[in-house]
Design a protein around this ligand. Sequence first.
Ligand SMILES: O=C(O)CCC(=O)C(=O)O
Length: 278
Amino acid sequence: MNPSCLQYALTEEERRTFNEQGYLIMENALSPEQVEILTAQVDRIYESKIENGHDSKTALFYPNFIPDHHSFLELVDYEKILPKVWGILGWNIYLYHAHMIATPPSGQEKNDKTFGFHQDSGRVNIEMESHPRPRLSLKVAYFLSDISEPDRGNFWIVPGSHLKDNLEIPKNREGQPEGAIPVCVKPGTAVFFDRRLWHAASPNWSDITRKVLFYGYGYRWIRTKDDMTVQHLWESSDPIRRQMLGASVNCNGHYSPTDADVPLRAWLKEHQPEMVDK
Ligand SMILES: O=C(O)CCC(=O)C(=O)O
């Protein structure tokens, strides 16, 4: 990791926004060239899924895409993004989950049904006894297509809802919860969101296929949420990327890490010592 990445370190204002609102928007996180390269790969995968029987009118949810192309791998420790992720979660982190979503035009009439609002992490929200629920992880969503207008299969969120354990759903499931908004952003924008932020996918009523890459970072003692078959990439990766890809000396190292388990900690001791607690 080049120390020049610290120009993208989380600012106090960004921390406040994330803590209070549960999300953070970074425009131009990806250059137009990066968007083009990543989009070409998403298109290639999407087309191959359709050739293999995926219904071209429904959204494609495709996890474990990191091994599919080096441009996906390079975002795992992307210099503009990772410093903000560790600024929020600290150094004992890795990429526990990644998925791409392509949402084609639905071809359906617009309706007012409530979208599928949820917090991430499934049973964690039921089995973990605390209020508010613990943060544990966040996702970074890289938007590749233009969703600067609503009705384009936008990602919907309820700002500031991350400390609520329940979300009031409108009667008869008509309309969206109070305070819910579509995230309207240009290609190349990254949106960081707390796993507890109530959020939803929405139907695409436009004629533009929506394309997004989601990178989920969490503590190293959390299990992967998809197959994450990235172990073959460890050897050719630098130490911090290897940590992000889940490498560890042994299982105990997920709980009580040594320096060999968490190269990011040693790096921070040298370059951003205020990020290292004990
Ligand atoms: O596709 C979307 O906009 C929502 C994705 C989502 O719900 C998730 O990543 O948990």
